[in-house]
Design a protein around this ligand. Structure first.
Ligand code: NAD
Ligand code: ZN
Length: 338
């Protein structure tokens, strides 16, 4: 089968003919139909993600159709359409037993520790396949476990109510869905970015207010909207500058969600400020299988929409990654397969 392979860190992906994966009795062979292109892929290519080794096939946001079915799988037929949950989990650790699959101690992720979806086929355990509603396209389904699931699962850790306000810092591939997730809860949503074009898009997808934090002082602008500050911030940038500003913009008792991250960034927290202001800082990665089921329902009903603005063929994967790195992709881009 054809696959785009990362042979060495910092190199380009190479189009190669590699073995089509076999399946075991509990797996399904998926013909990949769409794979999202995520900012994390750029970190993987640079060699910064410590658990990824080369040669490697990228792609952790995947959807496709069943073409071969393991002998113990009795509820799947050829042609069935699925979303692939990226985390292959042990099912038995403390976190898996609590349904927190994204914290599994033995997790291996498609597109990270395991080869991913920049290939024609992928073998996936049945328990990682989620049916795609008929009215949702492959490309729209592919990005649900990550670009949509990450903000969804983060906000589920809150008691978000319609009278709250939420600032979404970095309204890119994840953030544009963070805007929608906050809006679906009825909260007031403030989109923050350094590019006006992205802020315009955020308005279209439910942001009540937008702020260009390069052109104006974020804290000042936010306090014009609510002088106490914001209840929740979802930061999809995760650099020293944004994180430190975020803390200043929170209401007392507010929570900062760090969802984007850059390696090697310092972030100083002053303990007595946490105590006196009662603020929280919370990380969160990806989603759980239970949350993914809920997201699929919301997308099927049209309450959440996957924002895909660019499509590339498998052979064009390097171009997709370059465009993402150069800030030329609004929302999400996908590799789509005929
Ligand atoms: P993206 O490139 O699509 O979006 C980033 C957005 O941030 C862009 O809109 C950009 O204009 C904006 N931005 C950049 N610098 C900014 C600044 N200083 N202030 C405000 N906005 C700024 O990236 P993405 O695919 O959405 O990923 C975002 C981050 O989330 C990355 O760090 C990625 O690795 C991480 N990520 C985390 C998880 C998780 O599970 N927590 C999952 C996937 C991705
Ligand atoms: Zn990702």
């Amino acid at each position: 089968m054809k696959a785009m392979v990362l042979d060495e860190f910092e190199g380009e992906l190479q189009l190669k003919e590699i073995d089509k994966p076999g399946i075991d009795k509990n797996e399904v062979l998926i013909k990949v139909r769409a794979t999202g292109v995520c900012h994390t892929d750029l970190k993987i290519i640079s060699g910064k993600v410590p658990t990824v080794s080369v040669p490697h096939v990228l792609g952790h946001e995947i959807a496709g159709e069943a073409v071969e079915i393991g002998e113990k799988v009795n509820d799947v037929e050829e042609g069935d359409r699925f979303i692939v949950a990226q985390d292959i989990t042990c099912g038995n650790c403390y976190y898996c037993r609590k349904g927190q699959h994204n914290l599994c101690v033995d997790v291996e992720r498609k597109g990270f520790e395991l080869d991913g979806g920049h290939a024609e086929y992928l073998a996936v355990p049945r328990s990682n396949l989620f049916e795609l509603p008929d009215n949702v396209k492959f490309e729209e389904g592919a990005i649900l476990p990550d670009a949509v699931g990450t903000p969804y699962t983060a906000l589920k850790k809150t008691t978000l109510k319609p009278f709250h306000n939420v600032a979404v810092v970095g309204v890119g591939g994840l953030g544009i869905h963070g805007v929608q997730v906050a809006a679906v809860h009825g909260a007031e949503v403030i989109g923050v970015d350094i590019e006006d074009e992205r802020l315009e898009m955020a308005k279209k997808y439910g942001a009540d207010e937008v702020i260009n934090s390069r052109k104006s002082d974020l804290e000042e602008e936010l306090r014009k909207i609510d002088e106490e500050g914001v209840d929740y911030i979802m930061d999809f940038v995760g650099i020293t500058e944004t994180l430190e500003t975020d803390l200043k913009c929170l209401k007392d008792d507010g929570t900062l969600f760090t969802l984007g991250y850059e390696y090697g960034q310092d972030f100083t927290v002053i303990p007595e400020q946490l105590v006196y202001r009662g603020i929280g800082i919370q990380g969160s990665r990806a989603t759980t299988k239970g949350d993914l089921e809920e997201i699929i329902k919301l997308v099927g009903r049209g309450d959440l929409k996957s924002v895909i603005t660019k499509r590339y063929s498998l052979e064009e994967a390097n171009q997709a990654l370059k465009d993402l790195e150069n800030g030329e992709i609004l929302g999400r881009a996908v590799i789509s397969f005929p």
